[in-house]
Design a protein around this ligand. Structure first.
Ligand code: G1P
Length: 297
């Protein structure tokens, strides 16, 4: 098989964001900011820093402002220049130049697997990456989570899902992997035997959960096309990956980095506080405030 580079990524962003209503009535959840940067921008940055050149965002009719965010904004640019705000001008131009971003609409909310299927003609016959917008991963000075997965893909030339161990009580929120018998689960990279979407705690084959990063071979589309609805009545990516294992090897990679579930209110608040503590202009004030607040608990 000819070795193909991972150049393209898909970011599904067609969810309704019901967990963040009313904020998400008119604003896509992907535009909610951690401090002052919309969560989708963190995801696009991770893709770009991992070597991705072309990004397809799967949207719905309510997501226009996400497209505007990654576009030029001449009126704002001119105003910033006129008022001598060079730094802000550079910042907003940089966002528009981050990557080649394309958009396609998922016309019905039929699940993550169905959303990925909408990327079929954009991807063509290449392996590609998937980054879920609810999973923001920070690995500070280390390799971005997706880059770790791409490097692992290059060594095995097979589909690979990014995992981390989660508390047993949380397995029912995730896709859970089942390593092949005899695989040493302490290795970062393990070959898989199966995968299950949102199992009950007592049925979970492990506590290694897929946390929003995938590198997939294009054959996944053959399985997505015929995939019947699974957990929650939705077409699940997990089920298609499990079926892909019939014809190809699939691996899991335990990636390094802190993952924030920004699709969850507590996860979002935690990420906001931690990202704010990383900001020089906010750190001292916020630390002092948090210490003062902790005294009252
Ligand atoms: C999706 C996937 C699931 C994965 C999770 C990671 O679920 O279906 O396999 O573990 O993202 O965040 P969702 O959170 O969209 O229900």
């Amino acid at each position: 098989m000819r070795k193909k580079e991972i150049r393209k990524a898909v970011i599904p962003a067609a969810g309704l964001g019901t967990r963040f209503l009313p904020a998400t009535k008119a604003i896509p959840k992907e535009m909610l900011p951690l401090v002052d940067i919309p969560t989708i921008q963190y995801i696009v940055k991770e893709a770009v820093n991992s070597g991705i050149e072309e990004i397809l965002v799967i949207t719905n009719s309510n997501k226009h402002c996400m497209e505007n965010h990654f576009d030029r904004s001449y009126e704002l640019e001119n105003r910033l220049l006129e008022s001598d705000k060079q730094e802000e001008y550079n910042m907003i131009c940089d966002i528009a130049n981050m990557a080649n971003i394309y958009y396609v609409r998922q016309k019905e909310p039929k699940g993550l697997g169905h959303a990925i299927l909408c990327a079929k003609s954009f991807i063509g016959d290449e392996p590609f990456a998937v980054l879920l917008g609810d999973d923001v991963v920070e690995n500070h000075d280390g390799k971005p989570a997706l880059k770790q997965l791409i490097d692992a893909y290059n060594s095995v030339q097979a589909s690979i899902v990014g995992v981390q161990t989660v508390p047993e009580d949380d397995v029912s929120k995730y896709g859970i992997v089942e390593p092949e018998k005899g695989e040493d689960v302490l290795n970062r990279k393990v070959k898989l035997r199966s995968m299950v979407e949102k199992p009950k705690k007592e049925d979970a084959p492990s506590s290694m959960a897929v946390l929003g990063r995938y590198v997939l071979t294009p054959e996944i589309f053959d399985y997505l096309e015929t995939q019947t609805p699974g957990a929650g009545g939705e077409i699940q990516l997990t089920d298609a990956i499990k079926n892909l294992m019939i014809s190809q090897s699939v691996y899991a990679y335990d990636f390094e980095g802190t993952r924030y579930d920004v699709g969850d209110k507590f996860g979002f608040i935690r990420a906001t506080i931690e990202y704010a503590l990383e900001r020089e202009e906010l750190r001292d004030k916020l630390q002092a405030y948090l210490k003062e607040l902790a005294q009252t608990f």
